[in-house]
Design a protein around this ligand. Structure first.
Ligand SMILES: [Ca+2]
Ligand SMILES: [Ca+2]
Length: 273
């Protein structure tokens, strides 16, 4: 039933505005007031309930705000702590790197200084060596040696066997001549061309296999025509300056019996000990 219907029902007033008797009318006004009190009470309670609910929501909101603020504060503290830790770590590593860089710079400078000093010493040693070689060459030239391409050459005065001539060269700090190029052979021909002389070449070990005295095989050869011929089956040592060769020929080698007495040509490096 609607509220207005209740009011009319309690007041005795019909819906179309009619009335019952006076007592009933009097009671109806009391009832109306009573109903109004009830209504007011209900409205007040409802209002209070609403206000209580609003107040509760307000308190809950404040609590949420406070909780959020606390959380944000803690987060800020954690972030600041993390930043502080990272900063300390960064500065520590930076200082270590700076220290390492400084040490490396010092070591580099020391190495640079050592390198400079060694370079000066090397230049001085090379200068001294060049001076000694120059003096050695001057002495060698006076003793009859000849110079060609960082080597000096000497032709013995006495005619000896191949082995004796080699021994003579060794006593002079050299060995029998090894020829490595056409230019060297031309130098020998020009300098010592008037003599048949032993060179450091032999096939004593294996007939027909010629080797130099340092054990290296023969690769650049200057044999005269039809030489080596191992004449009589007894020619195992080589000479240069064969008399039968023309003076214009570069190729002047021939094989002779190793016991045949001729002079020998010695060769040594200029800076060898
Ligand atoms: Ca031979
Ligand atoms: Ca021969």
């Amino acid at each position: 039933m609607e509220m207005s219907d209740n009011v009319y029902a309690n007041s005795g007033i019909t819906a179309d505005g009619g009335s019952t008797d006076s007592n009933a009318s009097k009671n109806s006004y009391e009832d109306i007031y009573a109903n109004e009190d009830v209504l007011e009470t209900n409205v007040t309670r409802s209002h209070k309930a609403t206000m209580t609910s609003v107040s509760g929501m307000h308190v809950t909101g404040i609590r949420c705000y406070r909780l959020t603020a606390v959380c944000l504060g803690l987060l800020c503290v954690l972030l600041l702590a993390a930043i502080a830790v990272l900063w300390v770590k960064f500065t520590t590593e930076r200082d270590q790197l700076q220290s390492s860089y400084t040490n490396l710079t010092i070591e580099r400078d020391q190495l640079q200084t050592s390198y400079t000093n060694l370079t000066i010493e090397r230049d001085q040693i090379e200068k001294d060596r060049d001076g000694l070689q120059k003096k050695l060459l001057e002495i060698a030239i006076k003793q009859g040696w000849r110079y060609f391409s960082s080597h000096i050459y000497y032709i013995s005065a006495d005619k000896k066997s191949w082995s004796e001539s080699r021994q003579d060269c060794r006593q002079r700090g050299a060995d029998l001549l090894i020829i490595n190029s056409r230019e060297e052979q031309e130098f020998i021909n020009i300098t010592f061309g008037g003599y048949e002389a032993w060179i450091g070449l032999t096939d004593e070990s294996t007939e027909g296999i010629w080797k130099w005295v340092d054990g290296s095989p023969l690769t650049t050869e200057f044999w005269w025509e039809r030489e080596p011929n191992d004449y009589g089956g007894n020619e195992d040592c080589a000479i240069t300056g064969y008399r039968g060769a023309g003076s214009d020929s570069v190729s002047t080698w021939a094989d002779y019996p190793c016991s045949h007495p001729v002079v020998g040509i010695c060769k040594r490096m200029l800076n060898s000990k």
